[in-house]
Design a protein around this ligand. Structure first.
Ligand code: PLP
Length: 368
């Protein structure tokens, strides 16, 4: 789908289409990037998208050269944290096309996050069209190699220049993109957290709200000092049930079945990767259970040998195997990666879908 006119190089003239104003860079930075040695989230493509909200409506979106933004010191997001985001990836298919994976799901979740944080909803079609328009301009930034991708970060924040606690009346929606390599290249060691809490019933755990991640930094740092990569969060009331990991949902395989904490309580982020993986597994005839998962059940399954697998699922890390689980002062080691046939197959299938190597029978892929 063509949404934007390609900007001629070295032209300073802003081009206008129906949907977005495009102010292209004078010269691309792409040749200065070492695509073989990317640090996650450190390199950004040539352009970014900005769309402001004021007078109760979304304004014309602009695609402009990537760069800093200035802020009034009283800008409300800095003080009171009305800020939400999304994370998704674009891949280059084996036919050289740019592929987006289920962006309408991110659009829906973004709208839900906005509602919870008392921010204006961005119409879902505008969310998806904005991403496609930006990708169209920066399509050369989608890495060609199969393990890398272009990470897409849409976000929205409150911009009223006012120190006063109330919902802002103005906001900015922005999208930046960053070429990335693999997130974890090894199985992770996770710690079951029983003191600190990520989310409580009635809180904002289901929203991809910026403050959730700030609140998780300190407990995560303590776990890292003990040699863990990530936490496995538990419920805020009893610390008896497993919820999810830092930026990944979590799935276990016990006696052949896939078991994952249910998302009915509003303390777990509804992950698109997890939803997709479980849908694929079901279509293969695998039994899937989404229900509360007790820590004691996982420990017992590990002890009696029925715990075949544990893995995290999320856009940034895709499917990441858990190698070891720390619980109190014990360390439970999971089976060797090569024995984890189902999750290895799921990971490969998901990857093949994104790379256009297998037929998209679920109709999840959008070509840009
Ligand atoms: C983003 C995120 C996930 C993963 O969601 P995906 O849609 O699969 O990327 C899981 N948990 C938390 C807390 C997250 O922020």
């Amino acid at each position: 789908m063509i949404l934007c006119i390609f900007a001629p190089q070295n032209s300073k003239m802003p081009l206008t289409t129906n949907k977005f104003d495009i102010n292209p860079v004078e010269s691309s930075r792409i040749n200065s990037v070492d695509f073989d040695n990317l640090v996650f989230g450190k390199t950004f493509s040539d352009h970014m998208l900005i769309m402001d909200y004021k007078n109760d409506e979304w304004q014309q979106g602009r695609i402009v050269p990537f760069g800093s933004i200035t802020m009034h010191p009283a800008t409300s997001v800095i003080h009171y944290g009305q800020s939400i985001f999304e994370g998704m990836k674009a891949n280059k298919t084996i036919d050289g096309e740019v592929n987006l994976f289920r962006p309408e799901m991110n659009a829906k979740r973004f709208a839900l996050s906005a509602k919870r944080m008392c921010m204006p909803a961005l119409p879902e079609n505008i969310f998806v069209d904005s991403i496609k328009a930006l990708l169209d301009v920066d399509r050369n930034w989608v890495p060609n190699n199969e393990v890398s991708s272009l990470y897409i970060r849409p976000f929205m924040f409150a911009t009223d220049p006012l120190v006063g606690i109330k919902p802002s009346s103005t906001y900015s929606f922005m999208i930046i993109t960053s070429p990335v390599g693999a997130y974890y290249s090894h199985p992770v060691r996770v710690k079951i957290e029983e003191s600190f809490t990520r989310a409580a019933v009635g809180g904002v755990g289901r929203a991809k709200a910026a403050g959730n991640y700030a609140a998780a930094l300190y407990p995560s740092k303590l776990a890292q000092e003990e040699g863990f990569h990530q936490l496995l969060w538990t419920d805020a009331v009893e610390h008896k049930y497993i919820e999810e990991s830092g930026t990944m949902n979590v799935v276990f395989q016990i006696d052949g079945k896939l078991v994952s904490p249910s998302e009915e309580s509003d303390t777990i982020l509804r992950g698109i990767t997890k939803r997709s993986v479980l849908e694929i597994a079901k279509s293969w005839g695998v039994e899937v259970e989404e229900r509360p998962v007790l820590i004691s059940e996982i420990i017992a399954a590990s002890n009696n040998g029925s715990l075949q697998d544990a893995f995290g699922v999320g856009t940034a890390a895709t499917l990441t195997h858990i190698g070891e689980i720390g619980y109190r002062d014990q360390l439970f080691t999971l089976p060797e990666i090569k024995t984890r046939e189902l999750s290895n197959k799921l990971k490969a299938y998901l990857n093949d879908l994104k790379l256009g190597k297998t037929e998209d029978t679920f109709a999840w892929c959008h070509r840009v």
